[in-house]
Write a protein that binds this ligand. Structure first.
Ligand SMILES: *[C@@H]1O[C@H](CO)[C@@H](O)[C@H](O)[C@H]1NC(C)=O
Ligand SMILES: *[C@@H]1O[C@H](CO)[C@@H](O)[C@H](O)[C@H]1NC(C)=O
Ligand SMILES: *[C@@H]1O[C@H](CO)[C@@H](O)[C@H](O)[C@H]1NC(C)=O
Ligand SMILES: *[C@@H]1O[C@H](CO)[C@@H](O)[C@H](O)[C@H]1NC(C)=O
Ligand SMILES: *[C@@H]1O[C@H](CO)[C@@H](O)[C@H](O)[C@H]1NC(C)=O
Ligand SMILES: *[C@@H]1O[C@H](CO)[C@@H](O)[C@H](O)[C@H]1NC(C)=O
Length: 403
């Protein structure tokens, strides 16, 4: 049965190729999928909800990568959603599903070779899952297509890449929401006019990024429980969850413990200061970090990025888990509480935000254009670009005036 279906599929695919011109671009995808019986559920979904895909694609039917989940992956997704058949999926969910499974650029397996990993925009829009903006580095790379929520892609094991390809096991790790790691097998199948699009196979349906509190609490271990406690005590959760463009530098529970558990001993406003000292008002994915970059925390403190071998530090604190994506940015988990850098005084006037009451986006006196001229010499062009572009965010520009 299975074999004959396979053969049938292959024949239909050949027919499809022979008759060449298809009307809708996604027809090309359906035809290409016929060669892969293990991807039949995804193909059924295309057939079941063509209008969902059309809504997602709008004009972006060229230069995309579809991450196609295996049948096993889709069945696991249905089970997790309490459903037994793809026909039970609601059209909203199907649209979210399609939009986060589609990368806004056509990528082959070899395109994922960057040792620093890659931040890749998808077609997922809307503030529920994407309350952030691209920022200059992504815009430079992807132009108008940079705006959607991202995934973070890395090679699973750089040294074993060749072996892995022969085994046809997952070769690329795709980081999605709730710290989900999805294995992507590079099949590099081309489809669409002149083969401008690609599809790749993934072993799970991607989970869209959620707000920060939901993300922190989704960890099955206790690595982020003290950070959660700090946010609760400071009363800052609603603000962090609903601000755009946030990078949360989250010390691990062990790191808080080593620092004497300030989230327990401190007052509400002191703990608020600690939390804001660990929060950047911009989105800083690890592949865009550079040695010597300087950030301004939301507590007006200076956070310097240093590279030591393969490790990345924020002042004294080492990055131990990067790029936990949230709807409004991301978390980086650190092995230490970040010590304040005393080389810069934090006594700026009018811009300090110790109290939990100061809303994000409060006007600062800093004119946005000053950030570049005042930035430190060790800062890279990339850092300048980030600082300039994010200058509307609290204290980003203001901090540079102090230098
Ligand atoms: C799902 O529902 C469709 C339509 O009712 C049916 O044809 C198909 O066999 C069902 N699939 C499974 C796995 O039950
Ligand atoms: C988010 O960052 C972008 C810069 O990339 C900026 O234009 C936008 O205003 C920011 N949003 C908020 C609410 O700060
Ligand atoms: C697809 O988009 C990327 C990123 O914008 C661009 O570099 C590339 O040239 C595009 N490819 C085609 C075939 O248009
Ligand atoms: C964060 O997301 C959870 C679950 O989706 C939701 O219940 C909660 O209200 C959200 N928090 C805020 C402050 O929006
Ligand atoms: C998105 O961020 C804005 C502030 O920039 C906020 O007003 C809005 O509530 C946020 N949306 C969600 C879903 O958190
Ligand atoms: C936050 O800023 C306030 C006022 O500048 C300062 O007293 C406090 O020590 C800072 N907290 C941290 C953790 O940097």
């Amino acid at each position: 049965m299975r074999a004959s279906l396979c053969r049938l599929a292959a024949n239909v695919a050949l027919l499809g190729l022979a008759s060449a011109q298809t009307t809708e671009p996604q027809d090309g995808l359906e035809v290409a999928l016929l060669n892969y019986p293990d991807l039949s559920l995804f193909r059924s979904l295309l057939g079941q909800a063509p209008e969902s895909l059309e809504n997602v694609l709008s004009d972006d039917t060229n230069n995309i990568t579809v991450l196609v989940p295996t049948n096993e992956a889709i069945n696991a997704y249905l089970t997790a959603s309490g459903l037994s058949n793809i026909t039970e999926l609601k059209s909203d969910d199907i649209e979210t599903f399609f939009s986060y499974q589609i990368l806004a650029v056509s990528l082959k397996g070899a395109d994922f070779d960057d040792p620093n990993g890659m931040t890749v925009p998808t077609l997922l829009q809307g503030d529920k899952f994407n309350n952030r903006s691209a920022g200059p580095m992504l815009e430079q790379q992807y132009g108008e297509r940079a705006t959607g929520q991202v995934v973070f892609a890395t090679h699973k094991d750089k040294s074993a890449r060749r072996v892995k390809r022969q085994d046809a096991g997952p070769v690329v790790n795709i980081r999605a929401g709730l710290a989900q790691d999805v294995g992507m097998t590079a099949v590099d199948v081309k489809w669409g006019t002149k083969g401008i699009n690609t599809f790749q196979v993934v072993d799970s349906v991607l989970v869209p990024p959620k707000n920060c509190s939901t993300t922190i609490r989704s960890f099955s271990d206790d690595r982020l429980t003290s950070m959660d406690d700090a946010l609760k005590k400071s009363g800052l959760w609603p603000r962090i969850d609903t601000s755009s463009n946030v990078t949360c530098l989250a010390p691990s529970t062990e790191a808080f413990k080593n620092a004497g558990d300030p989230q327990v001993s401190g007052s509400k406003s002191e703990v608020g200061g600690v939390v804001l000292h660990h929060t950047l008002g911009q989105v800083a994915y690890s592949n865009f970090l550079e040695d010597g970059m300087v950030f301004e925390s939301l507590n007006n403190t200076k956070i310097t990025v240093t590279f030591k071998g393969d490790d990345i530090y924020f002042n004294n604190a080492k990055l131990i888990e990067a790029n936990v994506l949230t709807n409004n940015g991301l978390l980086h988990i650190l092995d230490s509480v970040i010590e304040t850098d005393n080389s810069v005084s934090g006594k700026s006037s009018g811009t300090s935000s110790t109290s939990a009451e100061v809303p994000s986006g409060t006007s600062t006196e800093a004119p946005s254009s000053t950030s570049s001229s005042a930035s430190s010499a060790s800062e890279t062009n990339a850092a300048n670009a980030l600082a300039i572009s994010y200058s509307g965010v609290v204290a980003v520009a203001a901090g540079f005036l102090l230098l």
